[in-house]
Ligand binder design. Structure first.
Ligand SMILES: [Zn+2]
Length: 417
């Protein structure tokens, strides 16, 4: 390791889905290009800019795969199905090797025919129903179940000799009978065992929920009972290298959504809660900034994800996106007064493009700036999708970012002699 005494630190500030396409309502500019962002522009002027493909050119990435890439992981190697990430998203503790599922509370009749896959879109009492099956053992496998929004939930099986190579219990159609889960490879003993356990779980959920007070009340009110839990989309949680030890960093995360917090915890970042951060357009972005400054005292890598820009774009609302970007810029301006510029790097970027016109994630690259000591400044003086295309970083991939930072921070092991 180099003999430098100073400890270098980095803030990675991610505007979720902040990048966009040119929009007619903004005179052909993008929301970032339209927003008044003096602090992001200062970083662009004084730093090094470029474009980033989170995974590869043109790939429409999710917030989960985008953040895995931003944290230096190969999403194609690490992302093993939505089940484990759904569980992370609802705040469950997920360990490498766990088998995780997405689930619905559903309504079945006495013959196990699905009457309503979403149990009348139940909104209340699912926590009480979840408590009936959470923490139980089936054979030697521990079962964790947590409710999510409305009729949704996540299931984790933890134990030896399990496999995700099984079919769904959810028949994905009303009027169909609940499926008997089967191994996709009949010769795979672990898959057969897992299928058996999931089938027991489904039956148990029916026995425990059928006459539960929550459901008796629903039936009395003419609502459909949430009398069964139907798992689907089995995935095995990957066993991954710990972020901190792998990169010689002490990492923390300030985020709003369960999914980002869950991924951060899973890779080993310390998650710092900000109760005022709601994940919506009314979120207290400045409170997140204060938590980032606090986190920087004890950590060398602080990831901050502000959800608002993505929310505005999913709402097809470019003006709301401009507003939230300006609030992120104000927070950045305050952070710049709190940090030591001789030893602190700041990265501003996005985890994917979310186009206001399309209302969803799209595959265009995102702008990125790296600001801090000894960066190779370029001629770009504005932060934005088209301005940063002329920057010195060129076009990088998401998983390149952390190695680029640990190099600048002088904490990376040398490859070779
Ligand atoms: Zn996102």
């Amino acid at each position: 390791m180099a003999a430098s005494a100073e400890t270098r630190k980095v803030i990675v500030l991610i505007g979720d889905g902040m990048a966009d396409r040119p929009h007619p309502a903004l005179g052909g500019k993008t929301p970032i290009e339209t927003a008044h962002t003096p602090n992001m522009d200062r970083l662009a002027l004084e730093g090094e800019t470029g474009l980033m493909d989170l995974i590869a050119p043109g790939v429409r990435v999710g917030s989960d795969t985008g953040h895995l890439a931003l944290l230096g992981y190969d999403p194609y190697a690490v992302y093993t199905g939505r089940g484990p990430f759904e569980a992370l998203g609802v705040g469950m503790e997920v360990r490498g090797g766990d088998i995780a599922f997405r689930c619905n509370f559903s309504t079945v009749d006495d013959n196990m025919v699905v009457v309503d896959r979403r149990a009348g879109r139940i909104t209340e009492g699912t926590d009480q129903l979840a408590a009936q099956v959470n923490g139980i053992f089936i054979e030697d496998v521990q079962v964790f179940f947590k409710e999510s929004v409305a009729h949704r939930g996540a299931l984790i099986l933890r134990g030896p000799g399990l496999s995700p190579k099984i079919t769904d219990a959810d028949p994905h159609a009303e009027g169909a009978t609940v499926h008997e889960v089967q191994a996709t490879d009949p010769d795979d003993a672990a898959a057969r065992r897992t299928a058996r356990i999931v089938n027991q779980f489904v039956r148990l959920s029916y026995e425990k929920l059928r006459d539960h007070l929550v459901n008796r009340k629903r039936i009395a009110e003419g609502l459909k009972p949430a009398n069964i839990i139907l798992p689907r989309g089995a995935g095995v949680a990957p066993t991954i290298p710990d972020f901190n030890s792998h990169h010689n960093l002490q990492g923390a995360c300030v985020a709003e959504t369960g999914l980002i917090k869950g991924i951060a915890r899973f890779v080993g970042l310390r998650v710092l809660e900000v109760p005022e951060a709601t994940g919506g357009l009314d979120s207290d972005v400045m409170a997140m900034g204060r938590k980032v400054a606090e986190a920087l005292q004890e950590h060398t890598f602080v990831l901050c994800n502000v959800k608002g820009p993505d929310v505005a774009a999913h709402d097809h609302n470019p003006q709301a996106k401009v507003d939230i970007i300006q609030r992120i810029d104000a927070m950045l301006g305050w952070l710049l007064t709190q940090i030591d510029p001789a030893s602190t790097f700041i990265v501003v970027s996005a985890d994917h493009t979310t186009a206001c016109s399309f209302g969803d994630h799209t595959g265009e690259p995102v702008p990125i700036v790296i600001w801090g000591p000894e960066v190779r400044t370029d001629d770009v003086a504005q932060f934005g999708e088209r301005a940063c295309a002329k920057g010195g970083l060129g076009r990088i991939r998401g998983k390149d970012l952390v190695p680029m930072l640990t190099s600048l921070m002088n904490v990376q092991e040398k490859f070779g002699a």
